[in-house]
Design a protein. Sequence first.
Length: 173
Amino acid sequence: MKGFTLIETVVVVGIISIMALFGVESITSFQKTAALDSAANEFVSILKLAQNKSRTSELLAGELPEKFETDGTDGFPKYGVKISGSNYLLIREYQLDGATDPVQDELQTFPVDERIEILADECSADCFVLFSRLTSQIDESSTTDSFTIQTQDEKEKRQAVITESGVINLGKI
């Protein structure tokens, strides 16, 4: 008789199933890691964008410098990033001429992949970082100087830390 027995066929199908299971697990793990790395790099690039906008005291189209506080205090815009639920925002804070309190505008919202979380370290509510004009260092009104970017299952994490001198470091934790 020619052909395969039922036992031989079941064994081969079982081996193929086990190999496929490991392959699917590896692909899923790779996809999560790639999404985490992508989200972390994008977040750091927005931190650097905010830092550069602060350094140059960027004004929005149509704004004049006279709008801002000029009596010796530094009222020109400072830019930063704020964590808000499952999003993060590019923000700016400034002092209007004649006003007593600073104004904080939300300029752009960036959604985070549903598999990823971004958390501000050592901060529970209204967490943001602002960069000082000209120096690009963290402004004293900031509520955090480090952020954790992690998968929802918390198996993999990255940390973005802003040093005292304004250098932004991204590392695996």
